[in-house]
Design a protein around this ligand. Structure first.
Ligand code: SF4
Length: 244
């Protein structure tokens, strides 16, 4: 059976299921599976759901070295609330970061799209490749209504770049459902969400948004055309707009 056939069969099995049912099925059927978490609102919901299904579930995060203090605070709160969680914190290769910032400056990403892509590649894409290596499936907190780019995404799909399954349990959830879950279950969340940051990435590349702005308008705002998350890029560092 091919991976695509397996994924088609998983997609049929999980059609119409709740996020908890999707997670329960996936944690039972994929032996090497992990949640990619940047500790945004959707990610902490998934962490809480996963920890209730399996307390030692595997979660990884990318510490780019440029995160906000509030992000480290929520990571610490999650570690405290779910002590058995296997939280893997991935760092970029030190030598690559040292070379990049000594050649191009600490805030090189503001100077050109090429520089920003280089920074995202070194701080996110390469560590993400190491984190997903050897997995059968990875889980994301993507939701379909976040941007038009994500409208065609499904609960279970093939990640063609990594040749593994990609699971999006919250794909059909609204922002309101996410926050209802956080409040009802007393889930720790990033304090920046209370300051109009719907999407939180690296500190120098993320800002609060104004009422009526697109949810992702706070990312890389100085580039009007590239606002897809650095996590959802191809293995050679290109940003993917069609799918997350
Ligand atoms: S989001 Fe900004 S600081 Fe973070 S890796 Fe990308 S360019 Fe670098």
């Amino acid at each position: 059976m091919t991976l695509q056939t397996d994924i088609n069969s998983a997609a049929a099995e999980l059609k119409g299921k709740t996020p908890q049912e999707v997670l329960t099925w996936c944690l039972g059927n994929y032996s090497k599976i992990a949640l990619a978490s940047s500790f945004g609102a959707e990610d902490v919901v998934l962490i809480d759901m996963m920890a209730k299904i399996r307390s030692d579930a595997h979660v990884f995060t990318l510490d780019t070295g440029r995160l906000n203090a509030e992000t480290y605070e929520v990571i610490a709160k999650v570690q405290q609330k779910y002590p058995q969680l296997q939280l893997q914190i991935m760092f970029p290769q030190a030598e690559a970061v040292e070379q990049m910032v000594s050649e191009k400056g600490i805030n090189l990403f503001y100077d050109s799209v090429e520089n920003r892509k280089q920074c995202c590649y070194i701080r996110k894409v390469e560590p993400l490749s190491r984190a997903t290596k050897g997995l059968d499936a990875w889980i994301t907190g993507l939701r379909r209504d976040q941007t038009a780019n994500r409208s065609t995404m499904e609960t279970v799909e093939l990640d063609g770049d990594r040749n593994i399954a990609k699971i999006n349990p919250l794909i059909d959830w609204s922002n309101e459902q996410v926050w209802e879950y956080i409040r009802a279950n007393d889930v720790p969340y990033n304090a920046l969400h209370d300051q109009n940051f719907p999407s939180i990435g690296c500190a120098p590349c993320t800002r609060a948004i104004q009422p009526g702005e697109d949810l992702r308008a706070g990312r890389w705002w100085w580039e009007m055309s590239n606002q897809e998350c650095g996590l959802h890029v191809t293995s050679d560092g290109r940003l993917v707009r069609a799918k997350g």
